[in-house]
Design a protein around this ligand. Structure first.
Ligand code: PMP
Ligand code: GLN
Length: 381
């Protein structure tokens, strides 16, 4: 019999699953995988139940429930000043992971190169490789993780098909600025590249900064798929619903893949979210809500041997632990979990080279008491 040839020979179980399992096994406070430990709004849950009871339990239309796509168009208009056509430019997806994977599958052919910025969310590179492409990592370095766009331009070859960006950025907590998006816009126009923009943390941005969405740059948007996630926005990561916004031609191609990939997503939750989006305060207060958590956590951690980096967005805080340990970051994350009772993510997991700069990621999407308890344990390190 022919040997099975893995398409992803170097991929194991994701670090999020590994660290959450270790946290459970040792009853550690889980600040590793990114998810809230507080509930989603009961009113939103009631809306889901309402629509289930009303009988909206069969397949939704393939691109998503019309009322939800309408509500998304209104939200985008309110936030970014453009109104994508709900029929031709918005598709509801099973979370952002599927949105990004399907966008990759829509544009990447065998032999294509895709530039990714590492540390990178762990689904990007395997997604590119499954489609026969090669991920070309641009290395972002601690502590600032800035992009030099001239260096990015130097990486472009005739095989470069796309660039994948993420702002606010997981795991570093950095954000792209207006100058970054302008530089990217010029590059993609010059080299005719496609862009996949992961903007799942659009509402988690701090200290008065404004989220620079690809949607605000017409020439850039013309060549882009922009991915969002309701799980991040409304504290229900387990519902796995998100959406992709892309110009009509790209959306048409995206849907050709999407319809044979998932076909359609959870119906009652889509109706519930359509209602919930009618009230902008549900998403507009999120920055203040999470900024308060970030500040509380940093204050609680002051005096610890872990040195925080600047977090401008997302619900992740990085710490340099080189002052307290020489262990590789994967070992240190395990030590924290098993000996000190707090689970963390080693940032080397987000580099395909495994680059270890002695940095760990902690998630602060947690109740105040969880953060207080975790900080007290971490200060013993
Ligand atoms: N992109 C980034 C940067 C993320 O942190 C996440 C969170 N898991 C996702 C995509 C995936 O989002 P979803 O849970 O909606 O698939
Ligand atoms: N986005 C979350 C994180 O970065 C987890 C997603 C996952 O478990 N795949 O922690």
């Amino acid at each position: 019999m022919q040997e099975f040839q893995s398409k992803l020979p170097n991929v194991g179980t994701t670090i999020f699953t590994v660290m959450s399992a270790l946290a459970n096994q040792h009853q550690a406070i889980n600040l590793s995988q990114g998810f809230p430990d507080f509930p989603s709004d009961p009113n939103l849950i009631d809306r889901v139940y309402h629509y289930m009871k009303t009988g909206l339990n069969q397949y939704a239309p393939m691109p998503g429930v019309g009322l939800l796509r309408e509500a998304i168009a209104n939200k985008i208009n309110r936030l970014y000043g453009i109104r994508p056509d709900k029929e031709a430019e918005i598709t509801v997806t099973a979370g952002a992971t599927q949105a990004i994977f399907t966008a990759i599958a829509t544009v990447v052919r065998p032999g294509d190169e895709v530039i990714v910025f590492e540390p990178a969310y762990d689904s990007y590179v395997p997604g590119i490789e499954v489609c026969g492409g090669t991920a070309i990592p641009y290395l972002l370095k601690a502590p600032h993780y800035r992009v030099d766009w001239e260096a990015v331009e130097a990486m472009i070859t005739p095989a470069t098909r796309a660039i994948l960006i993420n702002t606010p950025h997981n795991p570093t907590g950095t954000i792209l600025e207006n100058s970054d998006l302008k530089a990217l816009e010029a590059l993609v126009a010059k080299y005719k590249l496609w862009v996949i923009s992961d903007e799942v943390y659009e509402h988690l941005i701090y200290d008065g900064a404004v989220h620079e969405s690809v949607l605000c740059y017409p020439e850039l948007y013309r060549r882009s798929f922009v991915a969002f996630s309701f799980g991040k926005t409304f504290h229900n990561t387990g519902w796995k619903l998100g959406y992709v916004v892309a110009p009509p031609l790209l959306t048409g191609e995206f849907r050709k893949v999407h319809q044979f990939n998932v076909f359609t997503c959870n119906t009652p939750i889509q109706y519930a979210l359509a209602d919930y989006l009618q009230e902008p305060s549900h998403y507009e207060q999120l920055s203040a809500f999470y900024q308060q958590k970030r500040d509380y956590f940093l204050e609680a951690m002051s005096g610890s041997g872990l040195r925080p980096f600047t977090c401008k967005g997302t619900y992740f805080q990085l710490f340099d632990y080189s002052g307290v340990s020489d262990e590789p970051d994967t070992d240190f994350a395990k030590t924290l979990t098993t000996r000190f009772g707090v689970a963390a993510i080693p940032v080397s997991a987000f580099y395909s080279s495994g680059l270890d700069e002695k940095v760990i990621r902690l998630c602060f999407a947690k109740k105040t008491e969880t953060l207080r308890e975790a900080a007290a344990l971490l200060k013993k390190v």
